[in-house]
Design a protein around this ligand. Structure first.
Ligand SMILES: Nc1nc2c(c(=O)[nH]1)N[C@H]1C(S)=C(S)[C@@H](COP(=O)(O)O)O[C@H]1N2
Ligand SMILES: [Mo]
Length: 323
């Protein structure tokens, strides 16, 4: 099998999605003909468009306890966008096609096999995970390496809580995660270009940082398959691809794990993948991003705006080398 030189993760240039457009035009009251004519040139700036999160127009959505913005005052992304614009290559590389293909994906029963360099290896069911670790709400920005971002209200628990129960041995330096491997149910895994299963990893001190959570829900509801049900990682200061979905295996290891992206395009995707506006991707700039639901781009923040919480983790490291 020949490997392509670069991956399929491409910058998001033209998702001024029809949906966003139609929403905005609804507000402005402009005809569909004008929409067609202006497709490539958005004429409304983000500032003119009310970006109210629609918490109540989806049935079954619980009002959020911690408000409708993140700690920087950014509005949370609409539920509709969070559950219908997804990267989940096990289904398809088409972001707007995941939702349909993932619809009937079975995520209960589900087990996570945990082992490696721990005193207490265990296989836990998703029900047991939910019982043992009570979920709290965390509103986090998520910045995809492709140049778009969202603000998502997760429910989850600190990965540190699980690690405490596993009792990593002193040799454990990294944590390695694996997503489900099931080519019969996951059409994207028939694409042999990618080295399935999806693998990701963190350094142990990154894994135990309080920002790092295992999420089981969002917007007050259980995760849907397209968002990585029943349990996925969320590491908000790193590019979205680190936040591995539908986890079936966790191992504590002594060597830096090789992720799916490092394996398929090592010159483009490093182990750390910290959001950093001054380190460009080889094929595009990372200085700005488009918040889904907005039209104009905004500057990307160092560590995705979580500098205070995580800068100390990388003291003395060259972040250009360790991208
Ligand atoms: N197993 C798995 N996890 C994954 C991905 C994937 O393709 N497979 N895509 C990643 C990427 S690139 C991003 S941006 C986020 C998207 O999460 P969301 O669809 O819930 O917003 O999931 C990440 N986790
Ligand atoms: Mo991503």
């Amino acid at each position: 099998m020949t490997k392509k030189l670069s991956s399929d993760i491409t910058p998001e240039i033209s998702y001024s999605s029809r949906r966003d457009f139609i929403k905005a035009l609804g507000v402005a009251g402009v005809s569909a003909a004008v929409l067609a004519a202006c497709k490539q040139k958005p004429f409304l700036s983000g500032e003119e468009i009310p970006n109210e999160p629609s918490l109540t127009d989806e049935p079954g959505i619980t009002p959020l306890s911690s408000g409708t913005t993140d700690e920087l005052g950014n509005a949370i992304t609409s539920y509709d966008d969070v559950i219908s614009y997804n990267n989940f290559y096990e289904f398809t590389t088409d972001k707007e096609g995941v939702v349909r293909l993932a619809k009937n994906f079975q995520t209960n029963p589900w087990e996570v096999k945990i082992g490696g360099l721990v005193e207490k290896p265990q296989t836990i069911s998703i029900d047991e995970i939910r019982r043992r670790y009570s979920a709290e709400e965390r509103i986090y920005r998520m910045r995809c390496v492709e140049g778009w971002s969202m603000v998502i209200p997760w429910q989850g628990f600190p990965l540190a809580a699980l690690l405490e129960d596993l009792k990593p041995t002193t040799e454990a330096k990294y944590i390695r995660f694996e997503s489900i491997y099931d080519p019969k149910e996951l059409p994207g895994q028939k694409n042999l270009y990618y080295p399935w299963p999806y693998v990701e990893g963190l350094r142990l001190d990154e894994a135990t940082n309080d920002l790092t959570i295992l999420a089981t829900g969002l917007y007050g509801k259980d995760l849907l398959p397209q968002n990585g049900a029943p349990v996925r990682l969320v590491v908000p200061w790193k590019y979205g691809f680190k936040s591995i979905k539908s986890i079936t295996k966790i191992d504590l290891v002594s060597e830096m794990p090789v992720s799916l992206w490092m394996d398929s395009a090592p010159n483009e995707y490093g182990f750390y993948a910290n959001v950093n506006p001054s380190v460009d991707h080889p094929r595009w700039s990372q200085a700005t991003e488009r918040r889904i639901g907005e039209f104009s781009r905004r500057p990307t923040l160092m560590f995705n705006g979580y500098e205070k919480e995580v800068t100390a983790l990388y003291e003395g490291m060259d972040l250009n080398e360790n991208f």
